[in-house]
Design a protein around this ligand. Structure first.
Ligand SMILES: Nc1ncnc2c1ncn2[C@@H]1O[C@H](COP(=O)(O)OP(=O)(O)OP(=O)(O)O)[C@@H](O)[C@H]1O
Ligand SMILES: [Mg+2]
Length: 431
């Protein structure tokens, strides 16, 4: 049987935007029929009323309003309509719901119109007059595509949810891991000052035990040692405060400390550090002092860790030097090439703007073999014997430099020694 655009028996213009609301447990597909001929609309209603929720529109504006108010799966649009053409209606429908499947009913349309419909992603074209079976098949296929699409969509949403959950879990694991690392770092870093404190307490103890009464020289001796102990104690407190602050995700205000002041403090620390032993140590201040955008304790921790590594890298007596200079130009990063002897770290987070403070810790120890170099920043990597090194020192150094938006370069040569160079953004000294 051929359906023509002849008026069907059920002519009822009030039914133009009526939705056939049959309540079924699973949502039936919703079909929108847009045709300005009442007869054609009613014929289509007869064909589809048992299969889908129907929305009928006699013109473009009604169709668009219906699409705004209801979720539509498939639209059957007559191209040739008075007022807004089917093509124009489809164009607007796409704004309301870009996923609607559209079936265009055509009658002697030009190829240009067909091309336009194609551009608007119409999924089918049916020529008037058409067989019921043809339009049924077209609508049914379009409905299936929509169901499939929405299933894919909801699966994608579920996958997205799962991914987000996984990510959350990973972050939590990461925090737990970071927590462990940070506690280990605190213990690592306060170990140095604690060793110094312990040594001085022993010295004082001996002095007290030997003297029956204290003279002026004794008092002076005690006062100096107590001063060092006080300094080291506040160092321990500051180190743990910084690390625990990191754990609470508080970023410390970047203190603008004078580099030379810090190098002087470091000098005092190194001079009394047990790892100095009978090695030579030299420290050279900046020709002109400058501030640096990093927490003072962090910078001292970085340099102390590097210096201690320098002292501990060889069993024989050797030399460690710390020196600094100010660079008035940004670094030419392309000039740095990683090699078995060279590494540049934290290029991505590096604030490469002048002035830069360049600090160098150099030793003339045994150097680092090429097969060891890639591993030295890994947490817990150490070539020292058990109970001699935790392997955390360089990992801490790298993390602190990263937090200070600095970069770190290593140059090493087996048999000649190793140089660690830190680049940090400089700052005007606060008056
Ligand atoms: N200046 C250096 N010369 C030669 N090897 C070095 C030097 N600095 C570091 N290394 C190598 O890198 C490894 C890791 O250093 P890191 O400071 O992370 O840990 P560690 O010094 O072994 O242990 P800890 O810092 O807990 O005492 C060292 O075990 C050593 O093999
Ligand atoms: Mg170390």
């Amino acid at each position: 049987m051929a359906l023509t655009a002849d008026p069907a028996t059920e002519a009822n213009s009030a039914a133009a935007n009526l939705i056939e609301a049959t309540v079924t447990p699973k949502r039936r597909g919703t079909l929108l029929v847009v045709d300005d001929e009442d007869g054609a609309r009613q014929s289509l209603r007869m064909v589809f009323k048992d299969d889908y929720d129907l929305l009928m529109a006699e013109d473009g504006p009604t169709a668009i309003k219906l699409a705004q108010d209801h979720p539509i799966d498939v639209a059957v649009l007559d191209i040739r309509m008075a007022g807004m053409s089917g093509i124009e209606v489809l164009e607007r429908l796409r704004y309301v719901n870009p996923d609607i499947e559209a079936i265009m009913i055509t009658a002697y349309e030009t190829t240009d119109t067909i091309r336009q419909a194609l551009r608007l992603r119409a999924s089918d074209y049916i020529n008037k007059p058409f067989e019921i079976a043809t339009i049924r098949a077209a609508v049914s296929q379009a409905m299936q595509r929509r169901t499939l699409e929405s299933e894919i969509h909801s699966s994608a949403e579920k996958i997205q949810q799962l991914l987000a959950e996984l990510q959350n879990q990973r972050i939590e694991e990461q925090i737990a891991k970071t927590r462990g690392d940070i506690y280990a770092s605190i213990i690592h870093d306060i170990n140095g000052p604690l060793t110094v404190i312990c040594g001085f307490v022993q010295v004082l103890n001996r002095r007290f035990n030997q003297a029956s009464r204290l003279d002026v020289a004794d008092l002076e001796f005690i006062r100096e040692r107590l001063n060092i102990i006080r300094r080291q104690t506040s160092n321990c407190i500051e180190i743990s405060r910084r690390y625990l602050g990191f754990l609470r995700r508080q970023k410390d205000e970047t203190a603008r400390v004078g580099v030379n002041q810090m190098l002087n403090d470091l000098n005092q620390l190194v001079r009394v550090h047990p790892s100095l032993q009978d090695n030579d140590f030299g420290i050279q201040l900046l020709a002109e002092d400058i501030g640096v955008k990093i927490n003072g304790t962090d910078l001292i921790q970085i340099l102390l860790n590097l210096a201690v590594n320098g002292f501990q890298c060889a069993p024989f007596s050797h030399r460690v030097d710390i020196s600094g200079e100010v660079l008035q130009e940004p670094l030419r990063l392309q000039a740095f090439k990683d090699s078995p002897q060279d590494r540049l770290l934290n290029v991505e987070g590096f604030n490469n703007s002048a002035p830069l403070v360049k600090l160098r810790v150099r030793d003339d120890g045994p150097g680092i073999p090429p097969e060891v170099l890639p591993k030295i920043f890994q947490p817990y990597f150490t070539t020292k014997g058990p109970r001699q090194g935790t392997g955390l020192g360089l990992n801490i150094v790298q993390r602190l430099i990263k937090e200070g938006n600095g970069a770190l370069h290593i140059h090493t040569h087996v048999g000649e020694g190793t140089t660690f160079t830190i680049y940090l953004p400089g700052a005007k000294l606060a008056k």
